[in-house]
Design a protein around this ligand. Structure first.
Ligand SMILES: C[S@@+](CC[C@H](N)C(=O)[O-])C[C@H]1O[C@@H](n2cnc3c(N)ncnc32)[C@H](O)[C@@H]1O
Ligand code: SF4
Ligand code: SF4
Length: 329
């Protein structure tokens, strides 16, 4: 039986590296300028439609800086793809063009990293008020809005307050995830295992919440904990299994946090050719053969956990095939 889906169900396209902000934790390297030409974006969208994907996402960089972003969204909403999400810092939107978008199809994933002072500190700019205004506009127009909050030492104590902000804004969902130490500066403000556990305990009190969907992705499934919680659905890392990312330089990767682990390039092959060749995806599809941990090899949870997150193992231990340091076993 194949251990990956016949098609990449959840593709994401980083349209360009261009960004108007310089967030303290950002994985995007805006000094390395790259952009996918509009014509190539349309070609990719057509291919993803033919591959019958479930959900398309646009990110970057800041996707609203992509010159023809509204044309891209208008094109996407006509495709036979159930949902399309734009992942944005939401510091500027064109209300006339937003009004033309289909609120049954287009969704907004807006970064919000804390209450005003904290958000502005992390985002390195005085943007909070603008972002809140724009979120209110999107909600008033009936769009599905989810907030993305990246947790680190500066904001994790504001967890409850951030949920309160989300509820007041009447957004549909909030996703919390931990910061990844993609550069060495981040090490000093990333969360420890104990702080993540503390957060997770606090998160439990929101189970059964019905006015707002709340996810806390520790980036590791937290076995055996996951079996009695609502994160069990995720069944481990999706990179190269159902997830594919096209980066703005044309490279195709399973995980955006591991941009050097490249599976192919859109200027050389089609997405289908890249997806169908298992040799391109050894890191994510051959974990059982490659994992450098006897505990994982013998572990009852391996079929789902697969040793945890490859990116976190790499940044924390230097071994991309190592065991996720968050594992309690
Ligand atoms: C790279 S940004 C691109 C889209 C847009 N510019 C934005 O800020 O939402 C997408 C998301 O990745 C998150 N992110 C960036 N660097 C990260 C890191 N090192 N670890 C975890 N999340 C990160 C951001 O906070 C943001 O929510
Ligand atoms: S706005 Fe997004 S892409 Fe830009 S620096 Fe911040 S996290 Fe990175
Ligand atoms: S031992 Fe390995 S497979 Fe088992 S839970 Fe820990 S990281 Fe996952």
């Amino acid at each position: 039986m194949s251990n990956y889906f016949r098609t990449p169900l959840f593709p994401s396209i980083d349209l360009s590296t261009k960004c108007n902000l310089s967030c303290i934790h950002c994985r995007n390297n805006k000094n390395k300028i790259s952009k996918i030409p509009f014509k190539k974006v349309i070609e990719l969208l057509d291919e993803f439609e033919s591959l019958e994907v479930f959900h398309l996402a646009f990110a970057g960089g800041e996707p609203f800086l992509f010159p023809k972003i509204y044309d891209v969204l208008e094109y996407s909403q006509k495709l036979n793809v159930p949902k399309v999400t734009i992942v944005t810092n939401c510091t500027f939107i064109n209300k006339d063009r937003i009004d033309k978008l289909d609120n049954n199809k287009i969704r907004f994933a807006v970064s919000l990293d804390g209450p005003k002072e904290i958000h502005n500190f992390i985002r390195n700019a005085d943007v909070f008020d603008k972002v809140i205004d724009n979120i209110k506009y999107l909600v008033s127009k009936g769009f599905f809005v989810m907030l993305n909050c990246t947790l680190m030492k500066y904001n994790y104590k504001y967890f409850d307050e951030i949920i309160k902000i989300a509820k007041n804004l009447k957004v549909n969902q909030i996703n919390f995830s931990k910061v990844f130490p993609v550069h060495s500066e981040i090490i000093k403000f990333m969360l420890s295992k104990e702080e993540l556990d503390e957060l997770y305990e606090n998160y439990r009190k929101y189970s059964g919440e019905d006015s707002l969907v709340i996810f806390l992705d520790k980036g590791y499934m937290g076995f055996p904990d996951a079996y009695d919680s609502d994160i069990a659905f995720s069944m481990g890392c999706r990179a190269g299994i159902s997830q594919i990312n096209v980066m703005s330089d044309g490279s195709v990767v399973g995980c955006k946090l591991l941009p050097d682990v490249c599976a192919g390039n859109i200027y050389k092959n089609t997405i289908k050719e890249i997806w169908d060749d298992n040799n391109n995806w050894k890191l994510f599809r051959n974990v059982i053969q490659n994992i450098n941990s006897d505990t994982c090899k013998k572990c009852d949870y391996f079929y789902a956990c697969k040793g945890g997150c490859r990116a976190f193992a790499y940044y924390m231990t230097g071994d991309i095939n190592g065991k996720d340091p968050l594992c309690p076993l």
